[in-house]
Design a protein around this ligand. Structure first.
Ligand code: ADP
Ligand code: GLC
Length: 490
């Protein structure tokens, strides 16, 4: 079976969040099942840097440039290819679009030509498949950036007439319904789509063109990254005005929630070369060393053995960062230490940085994106806080579990599918869960965690249980494989 993934991020080439983690591993696990899996992504400046840094062998595909017409201009894309663990990655090259310092936008906002940049990726991916003579049985698209793949296959004459894709089915995975790719209605003309699709049953959305909506309605199967989130997005509270569309495709049996896994080849304290000392559930000495080193690095000097809480997160409303900044004083009064690593919303970055002046003995904010520091936090903290407003899946809590850092989470989406509250269920509990999105509930959950922490025997047992949890990709990749088979009538 030939499967073509199209995505805007992939580990270890370019990453802003969990999407990159997923694309970095799911294709490999599907390839383990015997599928021929290839990935198309843009050659960003960051990807080029990482290819060089990591010593990948990269081949330029000569004489096979692709041409993509957008708004009457023909854009040219070159192709580079590399291999990683049995899968082929095609990098789409266009300096004007991708040779920039950021993937989606600069600190002052999203790039204004993202519709064209990612439209070029989507159509470029179809052209690459043809150029490389890789006839896909399945094209697996991810988020709005790739929605023009199913939209074009369904409605663009040039493609729905194309015999090459006649038997191709499209799976479209929603990683986050909050980002939809909303543009002026001229987008329809720009991409040579028929004007009749700009209506309520098509891409139209409150007077604008909505790429996420288009991706949902034109794909053969829509998946999202946890079973709980698949239910949530059908409700007005979580559906970001697409709940009606999602209910409708769900009624047609075209919506599935599949929990992401974690790549234990790269997220494992027994193998992690980036942390100061490796450790395992049997021997937790290394975890203590990691905590000492991290506290030293953060300048925390208290001699008491306070619980150290970590956050590694995009600083966005989704992540409940407002609960952290508004309740920081109360959190720290619980006699804990807190470290936040993140970038994003400038407002949060500024407040967190200023808070360090007042609470520097027990609070540290590291503004930036840094994989090594993230790992130091997963390894060195006692608890990991994710008070998300919504969370399609969340990988942070899965990483924390593996590193024996007990998650304290708000019960939503994938957080609710992966974390069981220890107080309610001491037998199976692997973390602490609060349900209402408010500071009081969050503080209560932190207090519950602290009271178990103060009993070292129970705590160590909990840490070992967390480390033994298994969210590997094996099961999820088989579920995707079954869906592919079903779509193809196998
Ligand atoms: P989302 O994709 O919504 O941001 P996830 O929990 O699924 O949330 O994935 C976040 C991923 O990004 C994890 O791999 C996490 O370690 C990583 N990450 C987030 N912020 C940072 C940061 N500032 N530095 C390093 N890694 C980060
Ligand atoms: C999105 C979601 C996150 C999920 C990730 C990977 O970024 O916000 O919850 O884990 O995609 O699917």
């Amino acid at each position: 079976m030939n499967v073509l993934f199209v995505a805007s991020e992939m580990e270890p080439f370019a990453k802003t969040g969990g999407l990159a983690d997923v694309i970095g591993v799911l294709p490999k696990r599907l390839s383990d099942l015997g599928l021929d899996v290839r990935v198309v992504m843009p050659l960003y400046k960051e990807a080029e840097r990482n290819l060089r840094r990591l010593g990948f062998k990269v081949q330029t595909i000569r004489n096979k440039e692709v041409m993509v017409p957008i708004d009457w201009i023909s854009y040219k894309g070159k192709i580079k290819e590399t291999k990683i663990d049995g899968i082929t990655i095609y990098f789409l090259i266009n300096e004007e679009f991708y040779d920039r310092d950021f993937i989606y936008g600069s600190p002052s906002g999203d790039f204004s030509d993202n519709d064209v940049r990612f439209g070029f990726l989507s159509l470029g991916a179809l052209e690459i498949a043809k150029a490389m003579d890789f006839q896909p049985d399945i094209i697996h698209c991810n988020d709005w950036q790739t929605a023009l793949v199913p939209i074009s296959l369904k409605w663009k004459k040039h493609y729905n007439d194309e015999p090459f894709f006649k038997n191709t089915k499209v799976v479209y995975t929603i990683h986050n319904i909050a980002y939809q790719g909303l543009y002026q209605k001229e987008l329809i003309n720009k991409f040579g789509l028929p004007s009749y699709i700009f209506n309520m049953d098509g891409l139209e959305f409150y007077g604008k063109a909505n790429l996420m909506k288009g991706g949902i309605i034109s794909s053969d199967l829509v998946t999202t990254v946890s079973p709980r989130y698949a239910e949530e997005i059908k409700t007005p509270d979580y559906g970001y005005w697409l709940d009606g569309v999602l209910r409708s495709i769900s009624n047609q049996g075209k919506l599935a929630g599949i929990m992401n896994g974690l790549d234990y080849d790269v997220w494992d304290p027994e193998k992690d070369n980036a942390i100061c000392m490796k450790y395992s559930a049997e021997n937790l000495d290394g975890k203590i060393m990691n905590k000492m080193k991290l506290r030293k690095h953060l300048g925390f000097k208290s001699k008491e053995n306070k619980p150290l809480i970590g956050i590694v997160s995009r600083l966005a409303d989704q992540k409940g960062i407002d609960l952290i900044v508004n309740f920081l004083d109360q959190i720290l009064k619980l006699d804990v230490e807190l470290v936040v690593l993140g970038t994003g919303d400038k407002n949060y970055e500024n407040i967190l940085t200023e808070d360090m002046n007042q609470y520097g003995d027990s609070f540290s904010a590291i503004i930036g994106y840094n994989d090594k520091k993230a790992r130091a936090i997963y390894a060195g903290c006692d608890m990991f806080l994710m008070p998300s407003r919504f969370e399609p899946c969340g990988l942070g809590q899965l990483m924390a579990l593996k590193y024996g850092t007990i998650p304290i989470v708000r019960g939503t989406g994938g957080l609710l599918d992966s974390i069981i509250d220890y107080n309610r269920n001491p037998e199976r509990g692997n973390g602490f869960v609060f349900h209402e999105f408010n500071g009081e509930e969050m503080l209560k959950a932190i207090e519950n965690a602290i009271s178990v922490y103060n009993n070292p025997i129970d705590w160590t047992q909990l840490v070992r249980k967390a480390m033994a949890e298994n969210f590997s990709w094996r099961k999820a990749s088989e579920i995707y494989h079954n869906h592919y088979n079903r779509l193809l009538g196998h």
